[in-house]
Design a protein around this ligand. Sequence first.
Ligand code: 13P
Length: 262
Amino acid sequence: MSANSPAPSVRPLIAGNWKMHGLRAQLAEAQTVRDALTAGEISHGVDVMICPPATLIALMAEMAKGSRLAVGAQDCHWLPQGAHTGDISAEMLHDAGATAVIVGHSERRADHGELDRIVKAKAEAALRAGLTAIVCIGETAGQRRAGLTLDIIARQLVGSLPEAGTAADTIVAYEPVWAIGTGLTPTPAEVAEVHAFIRRALIDQYGTQGREMRILYGGSVKPSNAAELLAVPNVNGALVGGASLKAQDLLAIARACKVDAA
Ligand code: 13P
């Protein structure tokens, strides 16, 4: 089994991460995405998700009900409930209509000092609540310059992934910190190297499930570079920040997805 030949059944996912952007008026963009999906403008072989701020999850889930647009969250607490003012549990996100949650985004690792063991606990919480965990990993510019990229990736994977993940409930997002919001991206060859490394690690940890797990690329994905990045082996979709705030850009990225004819 070659780590470089992903199972053809891996469905691409284009997920938008709105971060701390979006008042209710921004839901109009999600509505446009929903309507384009309903109109068949995007291949049925591609999954599309938007992860809005927590304040918009229930509203967006209601709006997207019965459509192909999935709704995700950006973070969760690791406990199901308790005295944790301001936090939101995975169960609450599920109750609000989310089907997935991003955990371990580099902005949370940086802003809130989240360590791998916390990220892992959050990923486990997501699975416990019936959500898909989108586990983010990625090196900083300094770590890449020092030649430490694969060491960092290996350590984050071991530390952050849930024990009993499956291809249905666990997704890895490779987001080089230096590529987020900067307009910079790694070369396709650099992306290929890291994604092949992640694929091998997932197969080591999860066996055949690891072969089918989705590995997303994130960091300055936009309509103009999406086709090139999404064509890289073992890239099974994208986690899109800034460009996901505009429906037409998110849709253009989804259209750039290569889909197996099967
Ligand atoms: P940008 O697409 O804005 O670089 O953000 C990427 C990201 O952090 C998605 O989670």
